[in-house]
Design a protein around this ligand. Structure first.
Ligand code: SAM
Length: 213
């Protein structure tokens, strides 16, 4: 199967070093940490280069990642995690194995969203938390990425975008929600002010997060 992230792994986190990228990822991290519950074990499905696995405070961290390029870099950068080759649609774990399962901008790229979510719930212990982050389909950022995909720019050629309503239809109402980054990608600094203006204008945020039990 073609890997839309092939050749992109090294560049994947470089954007976070730019002023715009640093603001965006800090806001996303704040929103994500606010939703993550305490627990011993975390599984990230589509763990990429291990950006979150390096940062999140769980004793046992496991990353499932199908892209060889992303996984190899993740294995170097997030040595504290166990890395497993696999796909969200068919997780190689017994039921009830994890306290927390995280899917952060992964559903955009999986072959089968419904099956991936069913698998994520299967491997959660009873009462465990499923935390899902999506690039909101109705945000200005998803509009840009959709446009780039149509122009042939990877990985967006392979992406689909969901709304928070799509997620609620698949998973039911979340027990908690979060969001981040209300400004459009072409915003200029100061980004804090741009973010408040985007919120006042009613923009959907780039990142929507939900937590389900
Ligand atoms: C946008 S990246 C997000 C990576 C990481 N979650 C992060 O936030 O830094 C999407 C990741 O999903 C992975 N992916 C694609 N198809 C997948 C599938 N069927 N199951 C699990 N992960 C998949 C990609 O290889 C890629 O690493």
């Amino acid at each position: 199967m073609e890997d839309p992230f092939q050749g992109l792994a090294e560049a994947y986190e470089a954007w976070y070093e730019t002023p715009l990228g640093a603001y965006v990822i800090a806001e996303e991290e704040r929103a994500l940490r606010a939703l993550l519950p305490p627990g011993e074990s975390l599984l990230e499905v589509g763990a990429g280069t291990g950006y979150w696995l390096r940062r999140l405070p769980y004793r046992e961290k496991v990353g499932v990642e199908p892209s060889p390029a992303m996984r190899r870099l993740g294995e170097v950068r997030a040595k504290e995690a166990v890395w497993v080759e696999g796909r969200g649609e068919d997780l190689p774990f017994p039921g009830g194995r994890f306290d927390v399962v995280l899917l952060f901008t992964t559903l955009e790229f999986v072959g089968d969203v419904g099956r991936t979510l069913r698998e994520a719930r299967r491997v959660l212990r009873p009462g465990g938390a499923l935390v899902v982050g999506i690039l909101e389909a109705l945000s200005p950022w998803a509009a840009l990425y959709h446009h780039l995909g149509e122009k042939g720019v990877r990985p967006w050629t392979h992406a689909r975008f969901l709304t928070r309503e799509d997620l609620a239809a698949l998973l039911g109402p979340p027990e908690a929600e979060g969001e981040a980054v209300h400004f459009a990608p072409e915003a200029r600094p100061p980004y804090g002010e741009a973010d408040r203006a985007g919120k006042r204008a009613g923009n959907r945020p780039a990142l929507y997060l939900g937590r389900w039990r």
